[in-house]
Design a protein around this ligand. Structure first.
Ligand SMILES: O=C(CO)COP(=O)(O)O
Length: 135
């Protein structure tokens, strides 16, 4: 599965902790991230992560484009709801596209936990079926 990992600055420690804890699951999948988030994950875990641009420079839009092409299966996006983001329209657009294409998205650690355990159990295998149907 292709998994997008994104965190706003004040949530990056949480995401690094989360990915570290579930490293044994993440290592079985293809990981993508916005620039700085990806760098932090690589440094902390040694996992292979494809990095897009940093969020404010278009990284959210790049991930959104992958969703629109049905190339992203899961999005884990630890948003900071208490800090204004200069690229808020990009953030909204990414979340909107995940809803348009029914891509499972977690915007906080509580939901991410459920999502990643579901992934491990095979609850998200239907994504592979959808991808094969559209090919
Ligand atoms: O701003 C972001 C998402 O909206 C994250 O971007 P960075 O991972 O480059 O900090």
């Amino acid at each position: 599965m292709n998994i997008a990992l994104i965190a706003h600055d004040r949530k990056k420690d949480d995401l690094v902790q989360f990915v570290t804890a579930y490293c044994y699951i993440f290592e079985k999948h293809s990981l993508f991230a916005t620039g700085t988030t990806g760098q932090r994950i690589i440094e902390a875990t040694g996992l292979q992560v494809h990095r897009f641009q940093s969020g404010p420079l278009g990284g959210d839009q790049e991930i959104g484009a992958r969703i629109a092409k049905n190339e992203m299966d899961i999005v884990i996006f630890f948003r900071d709801p208490l800090t204004a983001q200069p690229h808020e329209p990009d953030v909204s657009a990414l979340i909107r596209l995940a809803d348009v294409y029914r891509v499972p998205i977690a915007t906080n650690m509580g939901t991410a936990e459920v999502l990643i355990r579901g992934l491990e159990r095979g609850d998200i295998d239907w994504r592979e079926v959808i991808k094969n149907m559209r090919q």
